[in-house]
Design a protein. Sequence first.
Length: 387
Amino acid sequence: MNERHRESLEFQRIRRVSAPGRNRTCDLSLRRRTLYPLSYGRRRLTSVAPVELSARIVTLKLAQTFVISRESQDEAEVVQVEISHDGVSGFGEAAPIERYDQTAASAKAWLDEVELGDDPWALDEIHDRLPPGEPAARAAVDAALHDLQGKLTGVPVHKLLGLRSEGPPTSWTIWLGDPDDMARRAEETTRRGEFRRLKLKLGGRGGLDLERVRAVRAATHLPLQVDVNEYWSLDEALEYLPQMQLEYCEQPLPAGDPGGAELKRRSPVPIYVDEDCHTLADVAACAERAHGIVIKLAKSGGIREAVRMTHAARALGLGVMLGCMIESGLGIAAGAHIASLMDHVDLDGNLLLAEDPWPGVEFGDGIQRPADRPGLGVQAAAPAHPR
């Protein structure tokens, strides 16, 4: 056997010995990349480019005057936020709540002080650095970061969170009026066939709330919910609720009312609290006075806190309802992506507008569905009276 032939045989032997190890290494690497794509893609998704924030105040025009026990509105001011990183932008919307002394101006001033750093994935660090207060503005930052992350990875926000895309049907709000007017509007809504449940705003002066519910009940077969906006006393609640056919009653007593626990014990209608429940820290106390909680992103500070609140409520045996303010599709989209976690949904804020400047949430069969596009899935149609 000559020298060249011996070298050829040795080379082939080495290939046979070493090839399985190389294949196993390649297979393992492939499996890791398949199971953990975000971990392997992280280096390409982040850079030292700063995360930049800008904000503007926008006026949303309502299709009709919206009336509750505390106020009436023909328009609403919100703050729309853009967070940019490495050439990609995420968007969010703040709907300040006047009940808590928040305004668009105070939200904008808070946002002007925010520093986000250079990593849009470092949510814990970012949220720890945010100034205190202004939960609606905080929610806008949270939504914009989720929108940005979805766009960077090419997936919708609900998939980032591991959630289903579809939640319960949204209610349609029958705002406060006299009994005949509310019944007429409920009948018209039922005839159109777009919604599968109605929420009645109660709490008007004159002691007509029972008549309002009875008039609407006679005008529609749809399930009814009511929102009293803190207007009743304990005695009124105990008098009215046994006479009303309702899925639930939202915040009948003023926040912190000492009669809350007694009302929960004696009410034949489930009690859900809104003004009593803002963040995770409030959920445990709500279990003593309610059968369920109302989560609004503008109160909680965003998607992350809302998800935490939902899990805490479930652990305590509470139902969960997701509500909204008067918002564009940009604000409603953030809620729509987590709606599958909820028992009840009230996400009609953008449907109350004369024109939605952020289309993309898909409304059909009474359900507000998030678009199957990266991030929140909505896009600005046109400027909406910015200032």
